[in-house]
Structure formats: C-alpha cells, structure tokens
Design a protein around this ligand. Structure first.
Ligand code: NAD
Ligand code: MG
Length: 386
C-alpha cells in the first residue's frame, strides 16, 4: 500500500484523483487532504474517505472546519499545509494546488524525500532549477501529471541518453483558435471558459485560451527533461488525441495517443511504475477519421511567446511571468481586465521587474511578491484607461 497525500483535493485534478484512488482500494492509504477555502467539500471528502488530517490554507475556512468537524485535526494556513506534508509519512504527495502557492508544498515534500506526483506545473515554472536540484539531492522523484508531460515521461523512459532530438507538446488551441487579435478584443469570460476538449479548473482554462498554459508547459518540460528550449516545439492539435511526441536521432518519432481524460495521467502518476485499468473510451482511429495539426499563431497568442522568452532568460523571469499571469487571469475572471489585457499586463510587468539570478527560494518569493504588486498596478491602470 502506498501512503498518499492529496493537496488541492477539492479541485478538478484532486477530485479526479480521489476517483482513481477509490477504484484501487488496496493500492493506497490516504493520509491527508488539503484545500484553500472550500472547507465543506473538504470535510465531506474526509468523511467519505475516513481521513483524520486536513489542511486549509485559508485560516477562516480552517477555523470553520475545525468547529464543524471533530473527527480529526485541521491544520491552518500555508504553515499548516507545510506541516501536513512534513508530518505525513507519505510515500507520495499529489500536488494539485493551483498557482505558485504550490511551490512551498513541493519543496517540503522533496526535502522530506517524498516522491511528488506533480500537477502543479507552477512549481517548476517558478522554481525549476532549485526544485529539480532538490529532487536530485534527496532522491525524491517528480512524476508529471500534466497530460503532455506524462506522455513524454512514458515515451522517454525507454530511451538512452543522447538519442532524443526534439520534444513536441500538443496544444488544443483553446476556444479562440483561428481568431485574429482584433476578434479577441471583446471576448467574454464565459467564452474564454468554454474549452473545446478538456474540463479543468478556471485558471488553467483561461491559460489554455491565451496559450499561456502551453508556454508554462514548455518551461515545465525544459526542467523535467533537461531539454534546451530550442529543442521543444509546440503544435496545435484541436482534437487533443496526440498528447506529445519525441523525435529520436534515427529519424523515428514516437507519439502518445488517447482520448483527453486526466484520469489516465493521474492514474499513471499515482500507480507508477504499475499500470492499472482506467475506465475511458478506447481509441478507434478509423472512427476518429482525422487528426489535424497547425502552427500556433504567436502574434494573436502573445503569452506563448512571452513564456518562451522568460524561460530562455531564466533567473527570476519565469517567476515574474507566472505571478503577473496569476494576477491578470484573476482580474480577467473578475471582469476587471480584457482578454488581450492579460498578455499586455504580463509584458508590462516583465519590463518593470528586472530579472535576477536565483540564489534561494527566498529570491523567488520576493520576485513573486514584487511582480504581483507591479501587475496589480498595471491592471488598475488598464481598468481606468479610456
Ligand atoms: P482547481 O482550481 O480546480 O483546484 C485547485 C485546488 O487548489 C483546489 O483544491 C483549491 O482549494 C486549492 N487551492 C487554491 N488556491 C490555493 C492556495 N493558495 N493554497 C493552497 N491550495 C490552493 O485547479 P485544477 O484545474 O485542478 O488545477 C490544479 C493544478 O493542476 C494546476 O497547477 C493546473 O495547472 C494543473 N493541471 C490541471 C489540469 C486539469 O485538467 N485540471 C491538467 C493539467 C495540469
Ligand atoms: Mg497540459
């Protein structure tokens, strides 16, 4: 039995992970769950799965949960989340927290030598060098949950060092594929939330509409697989059937295919190195008929370009990019920023916050805070602009 801790349990990935766990009752012992503020849903999950340790990063929510639920302990705040991880005795932590708030728990888990099934791509975007160095130092593994990276993990596993020429990540293109910049000026939150192939949390759905999600994933792939940026490609593939490709030195290209269902990469990461049955439709290529591919449009979807540039610049630039994106997406979802304002806010923030070398996690927390303050100012100016 694997002792498993699930962070971000109430979210899209978290609930699907609980579904995967429920289907394999002999494989896992759940040792804790966490969420930010959704204490009622978290307590329900604890009751359903017989869990006696929870963390809620929102202190008010933690206090409410502790009042209402007396069958176990409720830890509070980001410190409580760190304690939940450090004291869990887990074999595996699934990090399905959204945003740079996921970096802290990733660091704690790896420091304790606990393997991490990583859905929180922001951990690698913000702290890639330090996180991978920590994983190497403690011997704790990072197993990607992101579907493209799970695909790459599986494709690369059997290959020797030096045989891989290029990695390709596929992107659905989101709801605005094929549109021009002008056509995106007035799109609404509802339109941006209508993802054509994947059902996901709000933040990543907006990231998919701007293609920032793919930009973050290029940085994630760079750190996970140690691949230089000029060897990581993105291709738009609206059907989301091919998840990633690996081009090898002998001219062969390996692809990973399947219907888009996150329970597949989640089950892969949780059960690794075993494989289990997952109740998803099997692939029938004749029935699908066609798979199509096209180049991304870097002018309309500036976020993809900004992310790649920040990745190449390195240092604190990806951390600043990510923080500005989180602020901008939140403002867009709240109706305070236009869709095109998201990329504009990120670009302005990157211009105003000078990139520095990363000496420690402290450098990253400072850059994150500074970028959030600058991005909030930029959003406020955008909102009052005529
Ligand atoms: P979500 O918004 O549905 O859920 C997020 C979870 O994190 C919730 O449990 C929430 O309570 C918790 N949370 C929110 N803010 C927090 C904070 N400040 N501190 C601690 N916990 C916090 O998000 P999601 O779609 O499940 O995505 C989770 C992560 O997985 C993201 O990094 C996303 O990019 C990645 N991911 C998601 C999908 C998907 O299909 N949803 C696919 C690939 C990667
Ligand atoms: Mg992905």
């Amino acid at each position: 039995m694997k002792r498993l801790l699930i962070l971000g349990a109430t979210g899209s990935i978290g609930t699907q992970a609980l579904d995967v766990v429920t289907r394999a009752p002999d494989a896992f012992e759940l040792v804790g769950l966490s969420a930010h503020s959704g204490w009622e849903a978290l307590v329900r999950q604890a009751q359903e799965h017989g869990i006696d340790r929870l963390a809620l990063t929102d202190p008010d929510a933690a206090a409410r949960a502790a009042e209402q639920w007396t069958d176990g302990e409720v830890l509070s705040g980001p410190e409580g989340l760190a304690r939940l991880v450090a004291e869990s005795g887990a074999d595996l932590v699934l990090n399905a927290v959204v945003g740079s708030a996921g970096l802290g728990p990733t660091i704690v888990a790896l420091s304790e030598g606990i393997d991490v099934a990583l859905a929180n791509k922001e951990s690698l975007v913000v702290g890639g060098e330090l996180v991978t160095a920590l994983s190497e130092a403690t011997g704790a593994h990072l197993i990607p949950v992101d579907s493209e990276h799970s695909a790459l993990h599986q494709l690369i596993l059997g290959e020797r060092q030096g045989t891989i020429d290029r990695l390709t990540l596929t992107a659905s293109g989101g709801p605005f594929r094929g549109r021009t910049r002008e056509e995106l000026a007035h799109v609404t939150v509802e339109q941006a939330l209508e993802h054509p192939t994947w059902a996901m949390g709000g933040k990543i759905t907006i990231d998919s509409a701007t293609l920032m999600n793919k930009g973050l994933e290029v940085i994630e792939a760079h750190h996970l697989f140690g691949t230089p940026y000029d060897q990581i490609d993105v291709v738009v593939h609206p059907q989301s059937i091919v998840h990633a490709l690996v081009a090898l030195c002998d001219g062969a290209t390996l692809a990973h295919l399947g219907h888009p269902d996150m329970r597949v990469p989640i089950a892969y990461a949780l059960h690794h190195p075993d494989r289990v049955d997952v109740p998803v439709p099997r692939l029938d290529l004749a029935r699908l008929g066609q798979l199509t591919f096209e180049a991304p449009d870097p002018d309309t979807f500036a976020c993809l370009r900004l992310a790649r540039e920040a990745g190449i610049a390195g240092g604190t630039a990806p951390c600043v990019l990510n923080a500005a994106n989180e602020v901008a997406v939140q403002a867009f979802l709240a109706g305070r920023l236009s869709f095109l304002g998201i990329a504009a806010t990120i670009e302005a923030t990157l211009e105003q916050v000078p990139g520095t070398r990363v000496h420690s996690f402290e450098t990253l927390y400072e850059a994150d805070a500074q970028a959030r303050a600058v991005a909030a100012d930029v959003v406020a100016q955008e909102a009052t602009a005529p």
